[in-house]
Design a protein. Structure first.
Lengths: 744, 180
């Protein structure tokens, strides 16, 4: 696609990076000129987001055909995207889906975000804004295709009306409408105004997938060029007129409070405007520049009341979790037959305990938000995965009704689940509220971002298998002991003590996170144990550790019973054809029937979650000194409909960086109630030099819509851990790998 | 008033002693393409060129810079994103969230300047920037595409458009063996 479709090309008349929201008056003045004589229901002003980010009072764009589609007189199409773009590519994928049904010219497509406030005012016409759980495509596909199809029908109807011919004689392709019998043509841009006045049709028929021309194509992303020139604006880059900057420090021991602050010296520093309390737990410095605010904060003398958690440590959590492995108070997730009895009656048992640590998301862009608060209105500019939750949090923290608040979503420098939380937004509002009328940009230092994560939950798991005389599995039980994410983020969703998210990948057969094996008997239950460290959704969520537990332990069973790990899996997967198909695709692509190169060993893993089926085979070697090299990974994904295969490949590749970084290096440990790691120096990420070749196989057989941003993370670690066992005979049951020696 | 030589212009700035170059670029000179990621020279998001060499600006005091030292940021690399590295990045859709990519591109352009035909080992050694989205394999492939393009134009070939470079993308992807 040509660069003319890049959204930022529109109205790029100013390179100033200052930001100003165009006033309503500017809008009304401008709109009177361009929309004269046209009233389309409830028209909400939209502004070009790039123009907004560049401080231009943007010319209001043309009236919408419907909530999803704007067609300008020059045939340019603006597609509105409710979900946040954080690198996963769904901005492009969702636009492809609207454009598919719209039958518009892809080269003329650009995108914009509606605001959460507009969604609220329009009875949530765009549906859910939240961008997590790999739901961007699968959770919107119906909505956005309807939006595109409806707009197309209205545009074609408008042309038919103009020509006074039956609409059934007209067709549309690439933004051109043709009247079949007379071969007359017109374009979307010419009939858009008339179309906007029509009553939207209610009988919508989607295109047959075999007729798709955009869905399934490797189209270039719409947001690449700006990201190669430094012009893409992130939350951290915003500049509003008169803006001040804030650095903040929250209690390092979760749940503790500020005892005292001595700000005498700091207030004398140049540029420092104010030292503020943020609730009971945090202190902020507001200054003219962020560097001054940050260095002043570092110099500030703060005393903390550390409270009851001041002695907590990772070791003390581990003891609590260990006790949970045999506790009585567990809640069943999925049970088939009486696994305990079957295992007890078996002549042979295998048992192993696994664990998974706390981890930080470490988005490259640290948490930030820019807020302008007045007693009448509160506006927030923020990179968020959840615009509507951000609006709700803003309203609450601002002490204003949601209708008097607005959130402008800014492009995210990574999300991974962290930016679905609103803690940092509340904090920024609380700071700005103490500086009425002055926009304040709050940025967390990397150290603050490490200390105040919403961490990957910590769990342990006891795996027990019963085997009969022939080594066949009689039953499998999994006792998960540990942290519930929902207990921290949505306790109202825990019913009768059961957090259903804990059992991801282990659920009964069905469309979401179902286990891919049939055992004669099976039990997974959960003893909830919640340390004071706040948990959050971390890319891949609970599928990550559950896949490690199950896939590693199956490997243990295979080796204990002298079976090939692939053969054992295939035997257990006969009733799970979709799970099996991705595993088979991996086996075929990696050449499993032939030996790996000399000194190279293979490990397999498969799982299902976020609506998709995934599998991987890792090829690794381990030197005598214990040096691990991951040579190659073959990964397969069945996501049903593959909207943009190139983006799916990018997500699969990226999932191995994220998942392997976690497996090899990442662990947040707690000492004296606080997180010990402070930055990339003691919390490393995977680097380019360590990255294996990744070969992605996409099985796109249609029939359903699965997510792709997360599921592959879960097979990264177990495939490598199983390969490490094949290479060394060492079974790693707790992560990260850096804590273990692989030396022969 | 102290001066910095940035993107071909001599610019005045005011900053307290010890202020890193990164924050002068971002907060004084409005050049926000250079990013803050760690503040301790670990992640490379703040990479700029000083006299053509990739430097992590988050630990470089602005005051240590002489006005004769030429600083180039992502904004000054090319006017319209037309460096062969940028074009290869566009052709291969390298960026995901994009936050680390200014630093990646500055590191990669310094690499191909020093080593016009870098080996995988050269790329491993030079590209130590952290990307959390996981664009590394495309970064590597794009550097090879750019190096090939630069070699071709050096011997008189007409520069390829991004879309033409994109045609070789399929080859690159199949070097990795991906298939849809």
């Amino acid at each position: 696609m040509s660069t003319t479709s890049n959204p930022s090309k529109r109205d790029r008349t100013n390179t100033d990076t200052a930001v100003a929201k165009p006033s309503r008056r500017t809008f009304l003045k401008g709109s009177a000129a361009t929309t004269a004589g046209l009233v389309v229901g409830f028209h909400v002003p939209f502004f070009n987001k790039q123009a907004m980010a560049q401080g231009i009072a943007a010319a209001p764009i043309s009236p919408e055909v419907n909530a999803w589609v704007v067609v300008q007189p020059n045939d340019k199409v603006i597609i509105r995207i409710a979900r946040s773009e954080m690198g996963q590519g769904s901005l492009t994928g969702l636009a492809q889906m609207v454009a598919e049904e719209l039958e518009c010219d892809w080269a003329k497509v650009s995108t914009e975000y509606p605001t959460p406030g507009q969604n609220l005012a329009r009875q949530r016409v765009w549906g859910d804004f939240s961008t997590g759980g790999s739901r961007g495509i699968r959770g919107s596909q119906d909505n956005v295709r309807k939006g595109g199809a409806t707009a197309r029908m209205m545009l074609v109807q408008a042309a038919a009306d103009e020509w006074k011919v039956p609409v059934s004689e007209c067709s549309a392709s690439k933004s051109v409408i043709t009247h079949g019998p007379t071969k007359r043509t017109t374009t979307y841009g010419k009939v858009a105004n008339a179309a906007a006045k029509l009553t939207p049709p209610t009988d919508i028929k989607f295109k047959d997938p075999k007729d798709w021309t955009l869905i399934g194509k490797r189209l270039a992303r719409l947001d690449t060029v700006e990201k190669t020139t430094g012009k893409q604006i992130y939350g951290m880059d915003l500049k509003l007129p008169g803006m001040l900057n804030a650095a903040v420090k929250d209690a390092p021991v979760f749940g503790s409070k500020v005892k005292s602050v001595d700000d005498t010296a700091v207030l004398k520093r140049p540029g420092v405007k104010k030292v503020l309390r943020v609730g009971d737990t945090a202190v902020a410095v507001v200054a003219d520049t962020w560097w001054r605010a940050k260095t002043a904060l570092d110099a500030l003398k703060i005393e903390w009341e550390d409270g009851p958690n001041a002695k907590a440590s990772s070791a003390s959590f581990a003891e609590v979790l260990k006790a949970g492995l045999d506790a009585k108070d567990a809640v069943v997730g999925h049970s088939v037959g009486d696994a305990r009895a079957a295992i007890a009656a078996s002549p042979r048992k295998i048992e192993a305990v696994y664990s998974y640590p706390h981890q930080n998301h470490v988005c490259m862009e640290t948490m930030n938000a820019t807020v302008k608060w007045t007693p009448e209105r509160c506006e927030v500019w923020v990179p968020t995965q959840n615009g509507e939750a951000a609006l709700a949090a803003t309203a609450e923290a601002a002490g204003l009704p949601p209708a008097k608040c607005e959130v402008y979503k800014i492009h995210l420098g990574g999300g991974f689940g962290r930016r679905g939380a609103t803690d940092f937004i509340r904090q920024a509002v609380a700071i700005a509220k103490q500086m009425p009328g002055t926009p304040v940009k709050m940025i967390w230092s990397r150290e603050e971002d490490m200390a105040q994560g919403r961490f990957h939950p910590v769990t342990q798991c006891k795996m027990v298998a019963g085997l009969d005389d022939k080594g066949e599995i009689t039953g499998l039980s999994m006792r998960i002991s540990g942290q519930s994410i929902l207990a921290y983020v949505a306790p109202q969703n825990i019913r009768d003590g059961r957090d259903p998210v804990v059992f991801q990948g282990l659920n009964a057969p069905g469309p979401e996170a179902s286990i891919g094996y049939t055992f004669p008997t099976f039990l997974v239950d959960h003893a909830m144990r919640n340390p004071h460290v706040p948990a959050g959704f971390w890319r891949g969520v609970n599928l990550n550790q559950n896949a490690i537990y199950l896939e590693s332990f199956l490997d243990e069973i295979a080796h204990a019973t002298n079976q090939d790990p692939l053969a054992l899996r295939r035997k257990l997967m006969s009733k799970h054809p979709k799970h099996l198909a991705v595993l088979n695709a991996v086996a075929e692509k990696v050449g499993y029937d032939k030996p790996a190169p000399a000194g190279v060993f293979r490990g397999l893993a498969q799982t299902m979650g976020f609506g998709s089926y995934v599998a991987a085979c890792a090829e690794v070697s381990v030197s005598k000194e214990g040096g691990l090299k991951i040579h190659r990974i073959v990964a397969a994904t069945d996501c049903g409909n593959a909207v943009n295969p190139q983006q799916i490949e990018a997500q699969v590749e990226g999932s191995f960086v994220y998942g392997l970084g976690a497996a090899l290096y990442q662990e947040c440990t707690v000492k004296d109630g606080r997180i010990e790691q402070t930055n990339f120096a003691d919390y490393p990420s995977l680097k380019l030099a360590e990255m294996p070749k990744v070969e992605t196989v996409i099985l796109a057989w249609g029939g359903f819509w699965g997510g792709v941003g997360e599921p592959t993370i879960a097979v990264a670690a177990p495939a490598v851990l199983n390969a490490i066992f094949a290479a060394t005979g060492k079974r790693i049951r707790d992560l990260p790998l850096k804590n273990h020696s692989l030396k022969a | 008033m102290p001066k910095l030589n940035v993107n071909g212009k001599l610019l005045d700035y005011q900053a307290d002693e010890g202020t890193p170059l990164l924050w002068v670029l971002r907060e004084q000179l409005g050049l926000t393409g250079t990013k803050y990621g760690c503040g301790i020279a670990q992640c490379g998001a703040c990479t700029v060129h000083i006299d053509g060499v990739a430097v992590r600006s988050c630990v470089m005091p602005a005051a240590a810079m002489k006005a004769t030292q030429k600083i180039t940021t992502i904004e000054g690399l090319t006017p319209n994103g037309t460096h062969p590295i940028q074009k290869a990045w566009q052709a291969l859709d390298v960026p995901q969230c994009g936050f680390c990519q200014s630093g990646m591109i500055m590191a990669a352009t310094a690499l191909v300047k020093e080593k016009p035909n870098p080996t995988d080992k050269d790329i491993d050694d030079a590209m130590t920037n952290i990307c959390r989205c996981g664009t590394y394999n495309r970064v590597r492939a794009a550097i090879h595409v750019a190096a090939k393009e630069m070699a071709a134009t050096k011997t008189g070939a007409k520069p390829k458009k991004v879309s033409e470079l994109g045609k070789s993308v399929l080859d690159i992807q199949h070097i990795d063996g991906s298939q849809a």
